[in-house]
Design a protein around this ligand. Structure first.
Ligand SMILES: *[C@@H]1O[C@H](CO)[C@@H](O)[C@H](O)[C@H]1NC(C)=O
Ligand SMILES: *[C@@H]1O[C@H](CO)[C@@H](O)[C@H](O)[C@H]1NC(C)=O
Ligand SMILES: *[C@@H]1O[C@H](CO)[C@@H](O)[C@H](O)[C@H]1NC(C)=O
Ligand SMILES: *[C@@H]1O[C@H](CO)[C@@H](O)[C@H](O)[C@H]1NC(C)=O
Ligand SMILES: *[C@@H]1O[C@H](CO)[C@@H](O)[C@H](O)[C@H]1NC(C)=O
Ligand SMILES: *[C@@H]1O[C@H](CO)[C@@H](O)[C@H](O)[C@H]1NC(C)=O
Length: 444
């Protein structure tokens, strides 16, 4: 195109003074030049914006960036890997921001492209009619997130182990992580396996494992295998017993913990100080959840301090995953007749703080205890508030339990059957993982 044009120009410039046709083509030439200048200008604007975006995330004044940072296309892997991004993570609170609809970049994967997604949270496959809930991007107030890059994340996880430890919410997040990275791995080199206590995603190509370890209270409890499926039993915990679980965590490079939902059932929890669960009832006593939550988290941080090499392993704690079980929490006209089953949009009115009944005191205890470690730093993934806005993102009627979907009759009884605890995938947990990935990618 360009060559043709310049050829045309040399041929015609000779005759320019002689013919009217030549005059017209010289106007044409001017027009071409104007168009090209315009295009260059627009390209410049685009690159400048990209530069702003990258600069913002790195927490730099963009003017100080060397030229090679201007274009994302020119940005080499090494530059993206720069340790300096850690500074940005400290400067910019990525957990404070808002949800914006972004159909270009989200969802990060398609439900039916992830062979590892279990039916449990595959809402579209299970008949959920709306899909807007998949298309929200988290926009921090003071910086912008880089676009999620599965290859880069896997490169950082090469030869390493990432482990999620906790309850079914964390299983939800682990599934999300597997789906986020799996499409970039060649088929035949990735496997999923399950044991009673663990689910393990393994890729030969990167020699990486991304696993989930079931321990809803972190310490030993009667909710551990083989009893875990018996959800009706009242939980009993052994608040000082963690090493039986902990020995399975020691060789991970990234440990991501959570524990919350199981604590919120009652104001007291049964505690077993010694013996075993086979003989529990006589010897257990009930203690207030706040006292026990703190004791358990202290057992956990003590274990970390004694068993984790901070030079090798990064430790994270995910804050509470909220529920949406009373429509009156977000709908001023609503009496508390509904749960989350009719919700198709996040709470977008940010003018007053959201209160959907998250237990703030448990959160405060978790913040305090995770801050109190000395040798091992625990990064607090503060995802609660951003998730509180997401009344639209739960599985509600479209999760499957023990392999079966809700019947039409059950759907008439949302009080009993709508699941406003877990989250559809693709969906909200993908954002939690985008944020977690920032920390993993930026680790020195
Ligand atoms: C978590 O984020 C929320 C929302 O921005 C903020 O209000 C809260 O102070 C943060 N908590 C911690 C412990 O950082
Ligand atoms: C895979 O990673 C492990 C550490 O997780 C390492 O010990 C092992 O040598 C690696 N194997 C290969 C083939 O690179
Ligand atoms: C249960 O506990 C009691 C009292 O400590 C003990 O005598 C009994 O042998 C235990 N039973 C089992 C099955 O462990
Ligand atoms: C971690 O590395 C630093 C610097 O190399 C070293 O001084 C420190 O002793 C190491 N800590 C542990 C627990 O190995
Ligand atoms: C947002 O909430 C505030 C306080 O409840 C209310 O006064 C305002 O009208 C709401 N705005 C919109 C756009 O709904
Ligand atoms: C958390 O720590 C702060 C400051 O030390 C203290 O005032 C607060 O009472 C603690 N909160 C809980 C729930 O322990």
């Amino acid at each position: 195109m360009f060559n043709q044009f310049s050829l045309m120009f040399t041929n015609q410039s000779n005759k320019m003074k002689q013919t009217g046709a030549a005059k017209r083509s010289s106007y044409l030439y001017v027009l071409y030049v104007v168009i090209i200048v315009l295009l260059l200008f627009l390209l410049g604007c685009y690159l400048y914006n990209e530069k702003q975006r990258i600069g913002q995330f790195q927490g730099f004044k963009t003017d100080n960036l060397p030229e090679e940072h201007i274009s994302p296309l020119q940005q080499s892997k090494e530059e993206k890997d720069k340790k300096i991004d850690l500074v940005a993570l400290k400067v910019c609170d990525v957990f404070t921001g808002k949800w914006v609809l972004d159909e270009v970049t989200h969802p990060l994967y398609k439900e039916d492209e992830c062979e590892f997604l279990s039916e449990w949270v595959a809402c579209t496959r299970n008949g959920r009619p709306d899909s807007k809930y998949q298309k929200w991007r988290w926009q921090p107030r003071d910086c912008s997130l880089p676009r999620f890059d599965a290859k880069l994340l896997l490169e950082k996880l090469r030869g390493k182990k990432l482990m999620f430890i906790g309850d079914s919410i964390h299983y939800n997040q682990w599934q999300s992580m597997v789906c986020m990275v799996q499409s970039t791995i060649s088929s035949g080199t990735k496997t999923l396996s399950h044991t009673a206590q663990m689910s393990i995603f393994n890729t030969e190509e990167y020699n990486t494992t991304i696993s989930f370890y079931w321990a809803p209270f972190l310490v030993e409890s009667n909710a551990d295998p083989p009893d875990k499926r018996d959800g009706k039993r009242e939980p009993i915990i052994m608040p000082r017993s963690i090493s039986k679980h902990g020995k399975n965590w020691k060789d991970a490079d990234f440990l991501v913990f959570n524990t919350y939902t199981w604590w919120t059932r009652h104001s007291k929890i049964k505690v077993l100080r010694q013996g075993s669960f086979t003989n529990e009832t006589k010897e257990s006593n009930e203690v207030g959840i706040y006292i026990m939550y703190e004791e358990v988290l202290r057992t956990w941080t003590n274990w970390l301090e004694q068993n984790i090499d901070p030079n090798r392993t990064s430790v994270f704690f995910s804050s509470m995953s909220p529920t949406h079980v009373r429509s009156s929490d977000w709908d001023v006209n609503g009496r508390a007749t509904r749960k989350c089953e009719k919700e198709t949009e996040p709470i977008l009115n940010m003018s007053k703080p959201v209160d959907v009944g998250t237990n703030r005191r448990l959160r405060e205890i978790a913040v305090n205890v995770t801050k109190s470690t000395t040798k091992v730093h625990v990064t607090f993934l503060n995802v609660t508030t951003m998730s509180e806005f997401r009344k639209d993102a739960h599985t509600s009627f479209y999760g499957s339990r023990s392999g079966s979907l809700l019947t039409p009759v059950q759907k008439l009884d949302p009080r009993t059957f709508a699941d406003c605890y877990h989250w559809c995938l693709p969906g909200l947990p993908d954002t939690w993982n985008e944020l977690l990935s920032l920390y993993i990618i930026n680790k020195s």
